[in-house]
Design a protein around this ligand. Sequence first.
Ligand code: RM4
Ligand code: MN
Ligand code: MN
Length: 430
Amino acid sequence: MHFEIDDEFIAKQNEKRRIEVAADYDYLAGKLRRKNIDIENLTDKAEAFRVAVPSWGVGTGGTRFARFPLPGEPRDVYEKLEDCATVFKLVRSTPAVSLHIPWDKPGDPAELRKFARERGLHFDAMNSNTFQDQRGQKLSYKFGSLTHPDPGVRRQAVEHNIECIEIGKLLGSKALTVWIADGGNFPGQMHSRRALEWYLESMQVIYKALPDNWRVFLEHKLYEPAFYSTVINDWGTSYYCARELGPKALCLVDLGHHAPNVNIEMIVARLIQFGKLAGFHFNDSKYGDDDLDAGSIKPFQLFLIFNELVDAELSSVPDFDPAYMLDQSHNVTDPLESLMMSAAELNRAYLQAHLVDRQELAEAQEKCDPLKALSLLKQAFTTDVAPILAIARERSGGAIDPIDTFRASGYRHRKAEERPSAHRISAGIV
Ligand code: RM4
Ligand code: MN
Ligand code: MN
């Protein structure tokens, strides 16, 4: 039997915090009532909020220099799911897991699906991987995959993506995320227009293999590992390709995949308006694709992104159904703690965005009153919604304080004993 944190333990831990949290909740309820906001509506929203965790996020990540593995890291996809189930149990907002193929390629997909289902989990978007070579692979991706000048390499990469769809079908997934590392390190290395034509050609074949109820998410990235140019470098290119491919193709925004200071909330607004927002890979960054924990560096930006999302939700934009996923690299923290905190940060930004008085904001915009408009956003952003998050977690059977409860359970220590030969798992953010 593998160690699990049981419901009784969570309830006991919650007991210690219940009185204090209830008092904070009541106080906040009173404050919100004065603004005609019913706290219970917000708590329902917090309970309903969902974000998928990446299978590769439960192992310690690395930088280009080193990786410092943690004792008790998962050694295979089953152990990764056990860790995802632990996160889910404590925070309750993360029942979906996004898999990466071939890192998580299951021997028996039906068995893996059952294993997940028994833990209340299901599978979100499948991620293909043509940014590194695998053992026994015929042709190399060193100089590209879906856009490689050699049609044989392109075909191999296309087939890999189709295999991801096939595995995903057996697992109950409904989306494929395609991120390619294709690009050039030096000017002149690749023909810019031809590479994009090949991308479209390759993607058209993959698109045709999508079942009716599936979608494909195109993920752009400005640079890295290619340091001069990338083929799908920005949201404009991604949008063009999604349009060319058809209605099942949408654009995925990874927050780390833009130049510093780019106004990401504007990109989000545009993609919503054009009906092409697939969803997100949430993380945070200071300089590049740092893959730090969501909300750790630029919480106001995260709030402004959710401000666009909530605005779209409340104005019933047709077909608005973005997929929320985390995509982070946990180098110096316990990955499970980072995932729990990040899930809460997203939920926090989501609730704060719901606190924006949209009628007053519309009036301020109408009257050309920028100061009032900004102050309405700031009021929402500075409201401490932590008691709502805690009560929402508790009501759905999770922990009032997930990280303290996780630490008190001794989970990491128990896993270190159970998973002794934890050598380097192949997953890691590249
Ligand atoms: C990339 C990109 C992809 C992720 C890999 C691991 O930078 O963000 O989404 O699958 O990292
Ligand atoms: Mn990503
Ligand atoms: Mn990335």
